[in-house]
Design a protein around this ligand. Structure first.
Ligand SMILES: Nc1ncnc2c1ncn2[C@@H]1O[C@H](COP(=O)(O)OP(=O)(O)OP(=O)(O)O)[C@@H](O)[C@H]1O
Ligand SMILES: [Mg+2]
Length: 432
């Protein structure tokens, strides 16, 4: 595909970047779109896997039919089969009506199965059958139904490992993986990091009518050296935080360091992530175990710091709000209005971090308020670090409290699936 057409796709879907590996992913998506082949999209968390299934659907013969994006990790295990394949009225408690299920309603269309690695084994067996024969059976029925659905799936988990551990069927993996598309991690994308920074800075400046932040040369170099474990999602969060919290509009390397951006080429934090191999099969063999252990240690030791920081950010923001928040320029009309929204945004950004099943939540927000970190009295940091389990338990309790016990909201806030949350609540004996 010529580069002009790739540029058009990028414009249409708001994809920023010129990195060759990204162009290649878009190119494959376009080439495969007109076929009915299954596509499996690989990539670390936050690299931008969610846009390609839509690109594939919109460029296929199915484009006028239904497209559904389903997050397999968020469907409760008890209802997942009925959600996907439908059920017959009365087939289980709560089945008050017949339900068509996604495979029925998406007939002639496309289903995007996000976080496909989270599917329970029983559902995997049903999925394999429908992929191979186009046939499925609703829960509680024996009648075989036919459907014609194109599957695009995505995963950020190590599928080879999941197969080795018996969590994912190998035959299903190969069936889904007819066309693999690997999306490169942000740390490999070079100049794109700067482009994305500018895009997010511009977006937020438009949204809040503030002057966009700019990078100094040393800041630009630091961004290139940082490993970006949470990829583009992390970069976006960082730019949003700096845009709102920092008093400066010209962002230096020192300011960035205050937000946790480190020169990983020096191995400062020890959280050096390995570069992802571009072969998707090999890429998925990437292991976070080493990083996870180090991260656990780091998390434990900074547990109290983060709590203090939350309070500091909260207090700082309160006084900033009272002072007619400083990031607004003199002549913007917004300046005169109180800033409850900006305030809540900032507080939201300083929510607690969470360790997920794989030991690390790339969506976690561990950025430190520039300046505020210096106010934390290092002497007060507890000597005995919390265990990972205690840390996770505490986060769940805090989050449940904040969300008045609402499990859906809690799971969302902690970036874990509802199913995982239910299991943790049970494991930790938090059930009321
Ligand atoms: N090239 C890009 N240009 C602009 N925005 C991007 C780009 N890639 C990703 N994003 C944005 O980054 C965020 C994360 O992307 P996305 O949700 O697709 O990640 P993901 O790969 O699905 O991560 P996860 O595995 O955690 O679900 C989204 O807000 C998305 O719009
Ligand atoms: Mg996703």
């Amino acid at each position: 595909m010529d580069s002009k057409s790739i540029q058009q796709i990028k414009q249409r879907y708001g994809i920023v970047g010129n990195y060759e590996g990204l162009n290649r992913s878009i190119d494959i998506a376009i080439q495969v779109a007109p076929t009915d082949l299954s596509v499996l999209i690989f990539g670390e968390s936050g690299v931008g896997k969610e846009v390609l299934p839509r690109v594939i659907h919109d460029n296929s013969r199915r484009k006028h039919n239904k497209y559904f994006a389903i997050n397999c990790g968020s469907l409760p295990e008890g209802t997942i089969d009925s959600e996907l394949f439908g059920h017959k009225k009365g087939s289980f408690t709560g089945a008050l009506d017949d339900r068509e299920g996604y495979f029925g309603v998406a007939n002639n269309g496309t289903l995007f199965l996000d976080e496909v690695g989270e599917l329970p084994l029983a559902t995997q067996a049903r999925l394999l059958r429908v992929l191979e024969t186009g046939e499925y059976i609703r829960v509680g029925e024996s009648e075989v139904r036919k459907t014609d659905v194109r599957i695009v799936a995505a995963t950020n988990v190590n599928m080879q490992k999941a197969i080795r551990e018996g969590k994912f069927r190998e035959d299903l993996y190969y069936r889904l993986n007819t066309i693999p598309i690997s999306i490169p991690p942000l740390r490999e994308r070079g100049r794109d990091i700067e482009l994305l920074f500018r895009k997010f800075a511009y977006d937020i400046s438009e949204k809040y009518r503030i002057e966009p932040v700019r990078l100094t040369e040393d800041a630009r170099i630091l961004l290139l050296k940082y490993k970006w474990p949470g990829n583009i999602r992390q970069l976006r969060n960082l730019v949003e935080q700096i845009s709102i919290i920092s008093q400066e509009r010209e962002i230096t390397a020192d300011i960035l360091k205050g937000y946790g951006v480190t020169d990983d080429s020096l191995g400062e934090t020890g959280l050096v992530l390995h570069s992802m191999n571009r072969d998707p099969h090999v890429a998925e063999a990437h292991s976070y175990e080493k990083e996870r252990d180090m991260l656990f240690q780091l998390l434990s030791s900074i547990g109290k710091e983060v709590k203090d920081l939350k309070e500091l950010v909260h207090n700082n923001m309160q006084s900033a709000t009272q002072d007619n928040y400083h990031v607004f320029s003199e002549d913007t009309p917004v300046r005169e209005t109180p800033m409850p929204y900006v305030h809540s945004q900032v507080i939201q950004q300083s929510q607690p971090y969470m360790v997920n099943e794989s030991g690390y939540s790339p969506k976690s927000r561990m950025h430190y308020n520039h300046g505020a970190i210096q106010d934390v009295d290092i002497e007060t940091i507890e000597e005995t670090p919390m265990s990972n389990k205690e840390l996770m338990k505490k986060n769940i309790i805090d989050s449940l409290r904040r969300n008045n016990g609402n499990r859906k909201k809690t799971a969302k806030e902690l970036d874990i699936s509802e199913r995982t949350l239910y299991r943790k609540i049970k494991d930790y004996g938090l059930e009321i």
